[in-house]
Design a protein around this ligand. Structure first.
Ligand code: FES
Length: 218
């Protein structure tokens, strides 16, 4: 693979041609908000719409997780148009997210907190009407707890689960009702889960947490 040179936020970077811009930036210490991207996933889902950046010569911001790096590319991760899109996407997402950091096992390791800080917006949006769901927390599994009220629908857990021989859960329903659930909406303990807990390790927030973390928090 060819090595190419590009500039991100004024920093000269060498990368492998065709590598996705998001990973090149992150691996060079330049943070771009992201929720749905997974390094091992060959085709990005591009579902969260948070990783917008501006590229010189392009007429509109692009998602860094889908954009391949090319020779001479000049990228601005702090452009006002890109940040505006990311802020709107994030605040809309947070309008249906239960914010209760003080009682959440993911507190301080949560990607949502990191993104809010980076974008300089509050976790509890005042710009959009808050509309929360009230879904029972599923603590039936011996290893982990699933709180769908905190899920941001990034799909990382669904992808990770599908890498196993038998997928235990996926997306169901549409619109506001859309959620990650087991097939037939059975409790996690009754799903085809193989107890690998990869879903927990890729969850960016407190929707899927190990029970040992839950206990430590109480
Ligand atoms: S990380 Fe690019 S759209 Fe989610």
């Amino acid at each position: 693979m060819n090595q190419i040179s590009l500039t991100i936020d004024g920093k000269e970077i060498t990368a492998t041609e065709g590598e996705k811009l998001l990973w090149v930036a992150l691996e060079n210490g330049i943070y771009i908000p992201n929720l749905c991207a997974i390094r091992d996933r060959p085709e990005p889902a591009a579902a969260c719409r948070l990783c917008f950046v501006e590229v010189a010569g392009y007429d509109r911001p692009v998602t860094a997780c889908t954009e391949a790096v090319t020779e001479g590319m000049t990228v601005n991760t702090r452009g006002e148009r890109a940040l505006r899109l990311a802020r709107t996407g994030f605040e809309l997402l947070m309008a249906s997210h239960k914010v209760d950091c003080g009682h959440c096992p993911a507190n301080r390791s949560c990607e949502l907190q990191k993104i809010a800080s980076h974008l300089r917006v509050k976790l509890k949006t005042t710009r959009f009407t808050t509309l929360l769901r009230d879904i029972p927390v599923d603590d039936s599994h011996p290893e982990f707890v699933y709180d769908a009220n905190k899920c941001v629908l990034c799909g990382r857990c669904v992808w990770a689960c599908r890498q196993q021989d038998r997928a235990a859960f996926g997306f169901a329903h549409r619109g506001f009702e859309r959620m990650v659930t087991t097939f037939g909406s059975k409790p996690m303990a009754d799903a085809k889960c193989q107890d690998c807990t990869r879903c927990v390790s890729v969850c960016p927030c407190g929707a899927l947490v190990l029970k040992e973390k839950e206990v430590a928090k109480t």
